[in-house]
Write a protein that binds this ligand. Structure first.
Ligand code: ADP
Ligand code: MG
Length: 253
């Protein structure tokens, strides 16, 4: 059984990309076949797994706009079992170019359908907006993981995200579910983090993952080396917690 999971939150800097890369690598290290789909024009997931954007022949833009077969865009990474459809800055035009097209919200769903059976998990790293690329992702997905940073106003903006989820459920993808809510960047030295955890748990209840991602310097260093934490520093706390998260995600299969 394969599952498509969108990793979404329209706030930037909450850990979407870090989670896509490292949950993806964690799942792959547990023997799962994983495809990362980078649908953020910034392409941080792409560079985060060591793909040089200048060498990319086909990116997600070609897949959803030019209807290039996704297999023509898929690249392998250094992690066995972890593949990626990369994004380049070309994708920045897609929000506008998709507006007048027919069934514009269904583009990604149709494309990913062609390779879904090849993978156990397809993780889509969404851009920091609720525009057409995120809507495409929620429409293509079986479920969504919402990373929330443990900081003041953690829940701010979430009603807009949940509203988009509901709209997609109503009109485009009735089976879309919330896979889980992931607390990220916890600073264990402050009481604030504990308050935020309580607040988020009150709101999302059993949807909140037991695994909480702490702040970890190694996690922030790994992308500049084009590596997931699993290869950059497999003994770090960051690697430990993302592996734990991968196990938790698998346990809900
Ligand atoms: P998003 O994709 O939601 O914009 P990122 O995953 O890119 O967020 O994270 C924002 C920044 O925070 C990045 O520089 C990233 O390296 C850093 N970061 C993310 N998670 C952690 C963490 N658990 N510990 C330390 N730094 C982190
Ligand atoms: Mg990102």
């Amino acid at each position: 059984m394969s599952k498509i999971i969108a990793i979404a939150n329209q706030k930037g800097g909450v850990g979407k990309t870090t989670t896509s890369v490292n949950l993806g690598a964690g799942l792959a290290s547990l023997g799962k076949r994983v495809l990362l789909v980078d649908i953020d024009p910034q392409g941080n997931t792409t560079s985060g797994v060591g793909v040089n954007k200048a060498d990319v022949a086909n990116c997600i833009y070609d897949v959803i706009i030019n209807e290039v077969h996704p297999r023509e865009a898929i690249l392998e990474t250094q992690v066995e079992g972890l593949h990626i459809i990369p994004a380049t800055i070309q994708l920045a035009g897609a929000e506008i170019e998709l507006v007048p097209t027919i069934s514009r919200e269904l583009r990604l769903k149709k494309s990913l359908h062609l390779v879904k059976a090849d993978y156990d998990y397809i993780l889509i790293d969404c851009p920091p907006s609720l525009g057409i690329l995120t809507i495409n992702s929620l429409t293509a997905a079986d479920s969504v993981i919402i990373p929330i940073q443990c900081e003041y106003y953690a829940l701010e903006g979430l009603s807009q995200l949940l509203n988009s989820v509901r709209l997609v459920q109503k009109h485009l993808n009735t089976s879309l579910q919330i896979e889980g809510v992931l607390l990220t960047m916890l600073d264990a030295r402050t009481n604030l983090g504990i308050q935020v955890i309580e607040e988020v748990k009150k709101y999302f209840q059993e949807k909140v993952y037991q695994t909480i991602i702490p702040r970890n310097v190694r996690l922030s260093e790994a992308p500049s080396h084009g590596q997931s934490i699993m290869t950059y520093d497999p003994r770090s706390k960051g690697a430990e917690v993302y592996l734990e998260l991968a196990k938790e995600v698998i346990s809900y299969e």
